[in-house]
Design a protein around this ligand. Structure first.
Ligand SMILES: NC(=O)NC(NC(N)=O)C(=O)[O-]
Ligand SMILES: [Zn+2]
Ligand SMILES: [Zn+2]
Length: 451
């Protein structure tokens, strides 16, 4: 007797897509066979749909506690579930306090405990004055660490700040000892902040000016510095939300020379370019910026050539006033609400429109991040793994509408956009948590993932 059987779907296995049935028992995938005839408490017919591992989104900002009006665990995890994500890793910034010591992590754990509809884990932050806190955060089970090379300053006590080079060096030494990955937001802080001031002074604040104020080389420079420090210290490195082909090439070169480095990018860098931001406005503002068409196409080549390791949402929500109060892009809040439209949007763009294989797509959303973050129960449809599974209908289309968004603040850079693919069910450890017709189902059953 199975708890759940998923029948007749096109199941994305590690190197093939096969029409097989999946039997689930005690939260795990317990049988994969051409036909399962045993009984089950629940049967799902997935005819005509892809059945694949749920997305593992390793880049999500939930600003609870402290800035819960931006996003909370309940609303954020509902959006993730509705978008086909079955587990996520939460960034150490935007909540107050930032997750830079054990006390702050405990506040996160407490807030998250009863509110998550999907599985979740945490990052610890590296900032200039917390080198002594890294071991305690690591011992408490954070999945990885994060720091900013990009300029990030705040007047508010306990908010996140970027590292200086000394902290980067010392932090990497410590994290290498702790066998932790350091994830880095890589942009040169002094060039970008001064350039932005200069552009504003000169009134050059259009959507097409914005990427010029954070030029390609400022990403490449910070990436190269991080690579050099990683080579020196032996620290495992992961570069988040990469926006340029040039930076990807620098990463590939360092990897070929022995640096243990991986790289992610996000759907928004593929779905939109700076030209689109002219129309969409601040909802599509982020750092690093959406690049102009020619750079954007070069990043697509990197993705299609297998040079980007995985995809994340970088769901970085805020209240709508922070997007609207400023009359120019330069001073509006940077960050895109995207957690609910990762899987189907990228399936449409990369698989349907640009011919990426479905197997490669699954590596990008699930298998590779699971391996890198040592989430050994997740990321593949294989007997013994957690039954974290989504159904994806490549024949359905929909238009992104505010009222369908689960975010606390229902704005999106994709509002009004037609997506030719749709997530129809999300299953976390055998529990159906989202269904297209019924919406979010049941109680928040998400469990904490620790290292
Ligand atoms: N404070 C943020 O949420 N920042 C985020 N903002 C973006 N990407 O625009 C990020 O990941 O850098
Ligand atoms: Zn960032
Ligand atoms: Zn981010």
């Amino acid at each position: 007797m199975f708890d759940l059987i998923i029948k007749n779907g096109n199941v994305v296995l590690s190197d093939t897509v096969k029409k097989v049935d999946i039997g689930i028992k005690n939260e795990k995938i317990s049988c994969i066979a051409e036909e399962i005839t045993e009984d089950a408490k629940q049967v799902i017919d997935a005819n005509g749909q892809y059945v694949m591992p749920g997305m593992i989104d390793t880049h999500v900002h939930i600003s609870e506690p402290g800035r819960t009006e931006w996003e909370g665990f309940e609303t954020g995890s509902k959006a993730l579930a509705a978008g086909g994500t079955t587990s996520y890793v939460e960034m150490p910034l935007n909540a107050l306090p930032a997750t830079t010591n054990k006390k702050a992590l405990d506040l996160k754990l407490e807030a998250a405990k009863t509110q998550n509809y999907v599985d979740y884990g945490f990052y610890g932050g590296l900032i200039p004055d917390n080198l002594e806190d890294l071991k305690e955060l690591s011992d408490a089970g954070v999945l990885a660490f994060k720091c900013f090379l990009s300029n990030i300053t705040s007047e508010i006590p306990d908010d996140f700040v970027n590292v200086d080079d000394y902290t980067l060096y010392k932090g990497m030494q410590k994290l290498a000892e702790l066998d932790q990955i350091l994830c880095i937001h890589a942009e040169n802080p002094s060039v970008t902040s001064k350039l932005e001031e200069e552009f504003i002074r000169e009134g050059k604040t259009s959507a097409m000016d914005y990427p010029d104020a954070r030029p390609v080389f400022t990403e490449v420079e910070a990436v190269q510095r991080a690579l050099l420090f990683a080579k020196e210290t032996g620290c495992k490195l992961h570069i988040v939300h990469i926006s340029t082909s040039e930076a990807v090439q620098a990463i590939l070169k360092a990897r070929s020379e022995g640096v243990d480095v991986t790289v992610e990018s996000c759907p928004h860098y593929f779905a939109m370019s700076a030209e689109d931001v002219e129309e969409i406005g601040a909802y599509a503002k982020c750092q690093p910026p959406l690049r102009k068409k020619a750079d954007h196409e070069k990043l697509w080549d990197e993705l299609l050539n297998g040079n980007i390791d995985w995809l994340t949402s970088d769901h970085s929500p805020c209240t709508e006033d922070l997007k609207l109060e400023s009359d120019n892009l330069f001073t509006a809040w940077g960050g895109i609400s995207g957690a609910q439209n990762n899987v189907d949007l990228m399936f449409d763009l990369a698989v349907k429109q640009r011919g990426l294989s479905v197997n490669r797509f699954v590596e990008l959303i699930a298998t590779t991040p699971a391996k890198r973050f040592n989430l050994s129960n997740k990321g593949e449809i294989t007997v013994g793994k957690d039954a974290d599974i989504i159904l994806v209908d490549p024949e359905q289309s929909y238009v992104v509408k505010r009222e369908d968004l689960y975010y606390k603040n229902k704005h999106s850079a994709y509002e009004g956009r037609k997506i030719d693919c749709r997530v129809t069910k999300t299953i976390v450890r055998g529990n159906v948590v989202y269904d297209l017709n019924e919406g979010i189902i049941g109680e928040p059953i998400g469990k904490l993932m620790t290292k």
